[in-house]
Ligand binder design. Structure first.
Ligand code: TXA
Ligand code: MG
Length: 359
């Protein structure tokens, strides 16, 4: 299949211009015909299809190579569309939508019967989000249909934050790619659900646990299935990988100076053994590593949002440089740091190296 790459010409702050932009009109036409389209959101690029058409949704799974039991997020342009998709809207969900939509928050609610099981991965709940990115919003507005859209990467790869990343993974596998410049936040939306009637963060993301708690006025639990290795490193046998570069990633945990010393020690051994080594650091660590390391500077520790914004492209960059072993510096479990840690732990397949904590 030939993939058409169309750049949005209208200014992002001009909704009228966007409504008439050829790339957006083309995207809407493809979606209405049951085709897939990749487009930018404020978190990462998504691969969309008509959420109510199982045959269209199927094409997403095929293009990504995604396991069929991994449910998709349904994207909408207006809040009233929730009524068509959810059987019930919890009052707490209502408050969160009010506070954070449009934006990087996905709410999981009981699914209406019309939502195909193909979209929900067989579950009786549906994940819904209203994206804030002007291009995503315009496409959703013009089509008027709810659009299922996972991140537009091949399954298991780092999520795409630029049109070029999407191209790298999906060229020849999708009919249309809408280029609206780089996605802003860089990590995906926060997914929140009420599995036992209480709010649980199923995936940390663009909205921090602290922000959710402020609005809900009650503690919000973080799903523990991945968090375990933040609290204590898991056995290195846990092999599930996601967001992963081709080289083996290790995440350091503990005091930053101790972590850097440990990385230098390990990298020196790797280098001696002929392995190409990468290090993921921030502006503060630019000169902390020996010259044989492929050092990727990702944002600054003074503002973790800058780290989130560059995280996935940093992981992809290590691939481009052929790194076989990659070490990531520790990040604090707070604010958007939770999302950064979640992605790094998964990318590392839970390989976490513990060094002593700061005293
Ligand atoms: O920021 C985002 O959310 C991006 C952009 C494109 O909007 N989308 C995204 O989709 O990250 P995806 O498919 O890569 O991740 C969807 C996440 C998965 O972890 C999935 O398991 C979870 O949402 N999810 C979807 N529906 C669910 C449901 N009914 N119950 C629990 N988790 C669900
Ligand atoms: Mg994804």
């Amino acid at each position: 299949m030939e993939t058409k790459w169309m750049r949005v010409a209208a200014a992002l702050d001009d909704p009228e211009g966007l409504n008439n932009d050829p790339a957006i009109l083309e995207a809407a036409a493809f979606l209405s015909r049951g085709e897939t389209v990749a487009f930018p959101t404020e978190t990462v690029y998504g691969l969309g299809a008509d959420a109510l058409d199982p045959a269209a949704v199927d094409k997403i799974y095929v293009a990504k190579g995604r396991p069929g039991d991994n449910p998709l997020i349904v994207h909408i342009a207006e809040k009233r569309q929730v009524d068509d998709l959810a059987k019930e809207i919890f009052p707490a969900a209502e408050r969160l939508m009010e506070a954070f939509w449009p934006g990087p928050l996905t709410v999981v609610l009981p699914a209406a019967n019309r939502v195909p099981r193909r979209t929900t991965g067989g579950l009786d709940t549906v994940a819904i989000r209203m994206p804030a990115h002007p291009v995503a919003a315009a496409i959703l507005r013009v089509t008027g249909i709810p659009v299922a859209a996972p991140s537009a990467n091949r399954s298991g790869r780092p999520s795409p934050t630029t049109a070029k990343d999407v191209w790298e993974d999906l060229a020849g596998r999708i009919p249309l790619l809408v280029d609206g410049g780089p996605a802003g936040i860089g990590v995906e939306s926060t997914v929140i659900g009420w599995p036992q009637g209480r709010p649980v963060i199923l995936r940390p993301g663009g909205i921090s646990p602290e922000e959710l708690q402020d609005v809900l006025g009650e503690p919000v639990e973080l799903d523990a299935s991945w968090k375990a290795s933040v609290d204590r490193p898991l056995a290195p046998g846990m092999k599930y990988r996601h967001y992963a570069p081709k080289g083996q990633l290790y995440l350091l945990r503990g005091d930053l100076d101790a972590a850097r010393a440990e990385i230098v020690r390990r990298a020196t051994d790797d280098h001696a053994a002929g392995r190409r080594v990468g290090v993921l650091t921030t502006a503060e660590g630019r000169t902390a590593y020996p010259p044989f390391c492929e050092v990727v500077v990702c944002g600054t520790r003074r503002d973790l949002a800058t780290v989130a914004a560059g995280l996935f492209s940093a992981l992809r960059f290590f691939d481009h440089r052929g790194c076989e072993v990659i070490y990531a510096e520790p990040f604090p479990p707070e604010g958007i740091g939770w999302a950064i840690l979640n992605r790094l732990i998964k990318a590392a397949g839970h390989r976490v190296i513990q060094v002593p904590r700061a005293t």
